[in-house]
Write a protein that binds this ligand. Structure first.
Ligand SMILES: [Zn+2]
Length: 440
């Protein structure tokens, strides 16, 4: 395939090249140049359009896709824990396997429409743990999206639930390793080892998760210090900083994702940086849960952007990340946030062992064509300004993942209206089931 005559835009370091053709072979970018010779290949004319590496959402919760506009009996939520108990822990408990598959496919399709080519998911469905990661994977696969999920292990579902969560992570890691050994792996779906949050994971489970992280060669994906409660709990019950506790169990490595981290201490931050782990910041979610703002971002070596389940529109998330930073008195300008968004590609590289985020020979052909007629000069020096103040996901026209068009001229290959109808019906059933639940 050849994408012709595009304006090539890369986010980090910002680079813009005009009027170039890009040849794709298999899953990779093979050649870049002017007027490339066509050898009987499919041609996409991108004249007047931007061609950009696909965006990465580095922390998502697909299981919440059917909670949009939720109408269920939600009790008072004066603080973070009440919000978890009244909303999220009822929602995930109400999910059945079919709901998991549908919400995964809906969330994947919406991510693609917003220009995402990789999404890192974090899954929970305590009433149907075994097989849930297969259901998540099916949603990714049906949409043609790249990504990784994990099961969020938690003691809140009792020892049995905690154990089942560990096993689900192990099962998926072993299944993927087997597929890789047999040469049948699709190259698009991976897994991490998941935990909900340190305040809901026992030391025994942390030990087992540490063994699994080491044995499987994967990273740990967990919420940390989203609210002060997690920090106080760790100090009060375990007598140590949160990441000291995780590090003692071998859970901090270069493949590890720490979501949120608003209230990390200086020792936590030292561990993050020493272990080369990633923090993923989710500004809209933090605002929605009234948990505060992460003032530690400037101290971190690696950080990227996620949505924590509020869709996967990363151009919108970037705007919130930037405006909230300014609102909180921060001194950074849009380039810092454009770099953080781009750094999701480093997470993808660590997970998939391939090259992402640039339009270069040998890089994965995860690409987006955008129709963005800039009303002012669009240059490397002000690209981040265009992202913060102008460009949005409505510009996304065509999306390629691993060299395959999964969304063309704002259309998926088949109509998704039946899936959306099914989703609407399933959502109403989930909301009804939530009403009968009491979560401690
Ligand atoms: Zn989250």
């Amino acid at each position: 395939m050849i994408i012709q005559n595009a304006l090539l835009v890369e986010l980090h370091p910002p680079r813009i090249r005009k009027g170039l053709d890009v040849r794709i072979e298999g899953t990779e970018i093979r050649e870049i140049g002017k007027n490339l010779k066509i050898a009987g290949e499919q041609v996409i004319d991108a004249s007047g359009k931007i061609l950009m590496p696909g965006l990465v959402c580095s922390h998502h919760h697909y299981y919440s896709a059917l909670s949009r506009g939720i109408m269920a009996e939600i009790g008072p939520t004066p603080d973070f824990i009440s919000t978890l108990r009244e909303l999220w822990w009822k929602l995930d408990r109400a999910l059945e396997l079919e709901d998991v598959r549908i919400s995964s496919e809906i969330a994947s399709l919406e991510a693609i429409k917003a220009g995402c080519t990789t999404v890192i998911d974090h899954h929970a469905s305590p009433s149907c743990i075994e097989g849930s990661l297969d259901a998540v994977r099916e949603g990714y696969r049906n949409a043609g999206l790249r990504g990784a999920s994990c099961y969020e292990v938690s003691e809140r579902n009792g020892t049995e639930g905690e154990e089942a969560g560990i096993e689900e992570n192990r099962r998926m890691a072993e299944l993927l390793d087997e597929e890789k050994a047999q040469g049948s792996w699709d190259g698009l779906y991976e897994t991490m080892i998941g935990g909900h949050a340190p305040f809901t994971i026992s030391n025994h489970a942390l030990e087992r998760l540490g063994d699994l992280v080491e044995g499987s060669g994967r990273g740990f994906h967990v919420h940390v210090a989203e609210d002060r409660y997690d920090v106080s709990y760790s100090h009060g019950v375990h007598g140590k900083d949160i990441l000291v506790r995780l590090d003692e169990h071998g859970l901090m490595n270069e493949n590890t994702i720490i979501a949120h981290g608003l209230y990390l201490g200086s020792e936590d931050i030292r561990i993050m940086n020493d272990r080369d782990s990633f923090l993923v910041s989710n500004t809209r979610s933090n605002m929605n849960n009234s948990v505060g703002y992460n003032v530690h971002l400037p101290e971190l070596k690696n950080w990227a952007l996620g949505t924590d389940g509020i869709g996967a529109d990363m151009l919108e998330e970037l705007k919130f990340a930037y405006f909230k930073h300014r609102d909180a008195g921060g001194s950074w300008f849009p380039p810092a946030f454009m770099e953080a968004l781009w750094k999701g590609n480093i997470i993808a590289e660590r997970i998939f062992g391939k090259s992402f985020g640039k339009i270069e020979e040998g890089y994965q052909a995860d690409l987006v064509i955008l129709d963005y007629p800039a009303p002012t000069l669009l240059a490397e020096e002000n690209l981040a300004g265009h992202l913060a103040f102008g460009m949005n996901s409505q510009a996304v026209e065509t999306v390629l993942i691993a060299g395959k068009p999964v969304y063309e001229q704002r259309k998926f290959k088949e109509s998704k209206s039946a899936l959306y109808k099914e989703a609407e019906a399933k959502a109403s059933e989930i909301w009804k089931r939530m009403d009968g639940l009491k979560v401690q």
